[in-house]
Structure formats: C-alpha cells, structure tokens
Design a protein around this ligand. Structure first.
Ligand SMILES: C[S@@+](CC[C@H](N)C(=O)[O-])C[C@H]1O[C@@H](n2cnc3c(N)ncnc32)[C@H](O)[C@@H]1O
Length: 293
C-alpha cells in the first residue's frame, strides 16, 4: 500500500519544548478534562495512536492494558522512561497507515493531536476501525479549521483559505486542520457513531492565559465544553465514537500481524519473523514494525 509520508518526530524534544516549557499548562489541563468526560468507566485493551512521550497515557486509568504506538522510536523511549516497563504498557514503533495488529483486537483507542499529521486522514481512520472490536470506543481529537480565529481572519482578508469549505487545509508541511462535518462524515462512512462531541481550548489566546489564573481559565473552558452540541468554533475538537460494525473479535492468543503481508505473527522477542521474509526486532522493550518508506 502506497501511503503518505510520516511527519517525523525522531529526536524531537516536543514533550519538553512544547508542553513542559512552552506555556501549555492550560491546553494540557483542558484536554485532561475532556478525556475525563469521554473515557468509558472500564476497558481491557487500549490503543493509543501517536502516543508521543506518553503525555496522556496515565489518564487512561480504567484500561487494564495500553499499547502506545508511535512512528518515532525516540518518543517511545521518552514514554518508557516516564511510565516504566511493566505488563500494563506495550511500546510499539509503527506507522498508523500500517498497523501491526490483528483485526478486531482493541476495545478502546485514542488519537490525540495526531490526525493533524495525516495527509490521508480517512485512510488512517480506516486502519483504526479495522483493529477495533465491534462496539469499541474511539476517542479522536482533531484540529478544527472552522475555528473562530480562522473565521475572523478570513472575513478580514488576513487568511487565504476558507474555513467553511470541507477539504482539509495544510497550513504547514504535514500539518492539517479539518472541517468538523468532514471528519464526522468519514467516521460515519467507516461504521462509527459519534456519541459525544466536546469543543476544547476555547480560550487559547496568549492574553487570556496571561491575565486569567490557570485554575479559573480551566474551569471556564470546562463549562464552555458543555456548549459543544450547539457550535464547534474551537481550535481543538474531541469526539467519542463507537464502532457499530458487527464483526468477530480477534481470536484468543493473537495480537500482532505483519504490517507488510497481513499474516498473524508469533510474539517471540527479540525478533518476530514472518513467513513472508520480513522480520521485526524488539529492542529495549520497544517493538519495531516500521517498514521502509
Ligand atoms: C503532536 S504529537 C502528539 C503526541 C501525543 N498524542 C500528545 O498529545 O502529547 C504527534 C505524534 O504523532 C506521531 N505520528 C505522526 N505521524 C504518525 C504516523 N503516521 N504513525 C504513527 N505515529 C505518527 C508523531 O511521531 C508524534 O509523536
């Protein structure tokens, strides 16, 4: 399968420079609020797509086991340093477009701040649907092109792209904003029911973050999230989706599959060998299923 390029975070200090030293305490806290509202009360196996350095992973408390998937090995190394090595976490370097799991495996998944790197977002969502069980919950965050700032800028002729049009906009290389109706229509066509929508980061403005104490701003955003069914004008939108497609769960004892040929793989670290000739190393607790691009 010929798939779009990956936005490469190898060697990036994203977690430190963007989150810890980048003045993003407000964004982090309101995302936590949204996740608290959307996550189910319990779950067995969660797939975190584009997990990065594991900023959100400890928030998935109600899941028994979590697979952190990211294309960047160094992001996963940071996640592993933060979360540690235990039965509950599985670290997997792989491409969202070539998921190394058998069909119908997970009863939960999240994709936070990752769809915006997908040049073929519908194809990426299709891969996610395949590895989910029937009735699984999928929490998706996406960057919203139809946000208030973009609308005002467009009206004032300060921005060339139209925030009302359905197609994604690539505002920087491999960085996309999406129209909420387009994302909903993709999800629907892939068998998902959008159960709940939350608008997040209503007050993502430097002057507000400076003037209003963090706790107050987070509370205001938490209240504003309750208006989500009426309008979606924030830069970030969270959706809780449920897969309605009827299908068989993955057979007991199966987990990985070859991202190249699709055959089920035996979990035999330090090397998983496929009958097609491809093999996948496991090094320092990280499975590596990345194929040559
Ligand atoms: C902006 S970071 C978000 C990390 C984390 N979800 C968070 O919110 O802190 C996006 C992550 O997506 C990963 N990523 C981008 N394209 C990917 C792909 N095609 N397959 C797997 N991971 C990908 C990057 O390596 C990066 O760690």
């Amino acid at each position: 399968m010929n798939t779009p390029p990956v936005c490469n975070y190898e060697g990036s200090d994203y977690q430190t420079s963007f989150w810890e030293k980048g003045g993003r305490a407000y964004e982090d806290a309101v995302e936590e609020k949204a996740l608290q509202r959307l996550l189910p009360a319990s779950g067995k196996l969660m797939l975190e797509l584009g997990a990065g350095a594991g900023r959100n992973t400890s928030r998935y408390k109600n899941y028994e086991k979590i697979v952190l998937l990211d294309y960047s090995r160094t992001q996963l190394e940071q996640a592993r340093a933060r979360l540690g090595d235990c039965e509950r976490y599985v670290y997997v370097a792989a491409d969202v477009y070539h998921l190394p799991f058998v069909s119908g495996l997970f009863d939960g998944a999240t994709m936070i701040r990752t769809l915006h790197h997908m040049a073929d977002a519908r194809l990426a969502l299709q891969q996610v649907a395949d590895v989910l069980q029937s009735k699984a919950v999928f929490i998706l965050e996406f960057a919203n092109k139809h946000n208030l700032k973009a609308i005002v800028r467009y009206v004032l002729h300060q921005q060339s792209w139209n925030p009302n049009s359905p197609e994604p906009v690539e505002f920087a290389a491999l960085n996309f904003d999406f129209h909420p109706q387009t994302v909903s229509s993709w999800l629907k066509s892939l068998g998902f029911l959008v159960e709940q929508t939350l608008t997040v980061s209503h007050f993502r403005m430097a002057f507000m973050k400076k003037l209003i104490p963090l706790k107050m701003l987070v509370w205001m955003d938490s209240m504003a999230q309750l208006t989500s069914d009426w309008w979606q004008l924030t830069p970030s939108v969270f959706l809780r989706n449920r897969l309605r497609t009827e299908k068989e769960n993955a057979a007991a004892g199966t987990f990985f599959r070859c991202p190249k040929c699709g055959a089920a793989l035996n979990d035999t670290p330090p090397l998983l060998k496929c009958s097609c000739g491809q093999s996948y190393p496991v090094q320092d607790g990280i499975y590596d299923f990345r194929l040559e691009k």
